[in-house]
Design a protein around this ligand. Structure first.
Ligand code: NAP
Length: 305
């Protein structure tokens, strides 16, 4: 950090899981002044040094949101109805350019179309990957990509264990549970990587990719880990026709099964991310021990993801 004044970082999605993690890590490291951005700043006054209105669908709101910011963390929410991730991200990138932002960090995901040669279409992955080039070509003095994993928290939310027809509690998913394909992590730890990246543009500000990966597992390994901790969860591999969830979820699982979540050997990128974060991310077993409700999780109701 240069000079005595702390540099200001503006965080999109500050009320959510990714942006919230970034706000907390930046505040914890005391390296920056934090401007939390939300469409409803009046509801979240306590969130950070500054809480300012920003709507990715309203370019004019981003002018004030990014003014004076050294860095911007950008995430878009595919799952919110009506979201056009490419349009929202492009609007934010242009606004950050206009505001003279020095370092933009974009939360991306792998390009499934490119990885699978067009076999799989996973819009919430490829749609984010398509933004990477726009970030790279925008000419920021520094830019970095972070890759969020399959959140452990999904297993308490959208993918919480459910009561099954046979009476057990667990999962019925269109995924081969023997295939080790899930790059997973505690999403609260994404902030360590992002804060580290803002502090080290010399190392990761040239378009480096930093995935957060706490563990790499098959679904059977997830279930075995939980059951060793006293749960009695079941898993059934169902054909896609029998899966009650969204088509996007089925396609995503089929992609994971064929190519893994990250889609390529990411050993070096994961090592760099951990170095930049200054710590090893939490593995699934200890996370589950502290976070998974006892008694098999019956009755858990998911927040949609
Ligand atoms: N679940 C997973 O395993 C996983 C893995 C990798 C990537 N992801 C990706 O993560 C993204 C969601 O991030 P999250 O988990 O942090 O979401 P989240 O906890 O549901 O929070 C969504 C955030 O987005 C903000 N937001 C939504 N629309 C906005 C808009 N038009 N303008 C400004 N802010 C807006 C919300 O802010 P306000 O409501 O305060 O305005 C909120 O802070 C999705 O795109 C998903 O594909 C998820």
């Amino acid at each position: 950090m240069r000079g005595t004044n702390k540099e200001l970082i503006a965080v999109i999605g500050a009320t959510g899981q990714q942006g919230g993690a970034v706000v907390r890590a930046l505040q914890g490291s005391r390296q920056s002044k934090v401007r939390a951005l939300s469409r409803n700043p009046e509801k979240h006054r306590e969130l950070a040094d500054e809480v300012v209105k920003a709507d990715l669908n309203r370019a004019e709101s981003l002018r004030a949101a990014f003014e004076g910011a050294h860095g911007v963390f950008l995430v878009t929410n595919f799952w919110e109805q009506g979201t056009d991730e490419l349009a929202e991200a492009t609007t934010a990138i242009r606004a950050a350019q206009d505001a003279g932002v020095s370092h933009l960090i974009w939360s991306t995901l792998p390009d499934v179309d490119a990885i699978s040669g067009g076999k799989f279409h996973v819009a919430h992955f490829t749609g984010k990957a398509k933004v990477d080039r726009i970030v790279a070509e925008a000419g920021f003095p520094s830019h970095t990509f972070v890759i969020a994993p399959f959140y452990y928290q999904n297993l308490l939310g959208a993918l919480a264990p459910q009561k099954q027809a046979g009476g057990s509690t667990g999962w019925a998913l269109p995924l081969d549970p023997d295939v080790r394909c899930l790059h997973m992590g505690d999403i609260r730890e994404l902030g360590n990587i992002v804060a580290g990246a803002f502090a080290r543009p010399d190392v990761v500000g040239n378009g480096e990719y930093l995935p957060l990966v706490g563990d790499f597992m098959s679904f059977n390994e997830i279930v075995d880990t939980l059951n060793r901790q006293g749960h009695t969860f079941s898993f059934e591999h169902v054909p896609k026709e029998a899966f009650a969830g969204a088509a996007e979820v089925t396609e995503t699982f089929h992609y994971f099964q064929a190519y893994t979540y990250l889609g390529s050997d990411s050993h070096d990128r994961i090592a760099l991310a951990n170095e930049i974060a200054g710590r090893q991310p939490t593995k699934f077993a200890p996370w589950a021990l502290s976070n998974f409700p006892a008694h098999g999780g019956e009755g858990l109701k998911g927040k949609s993801q």
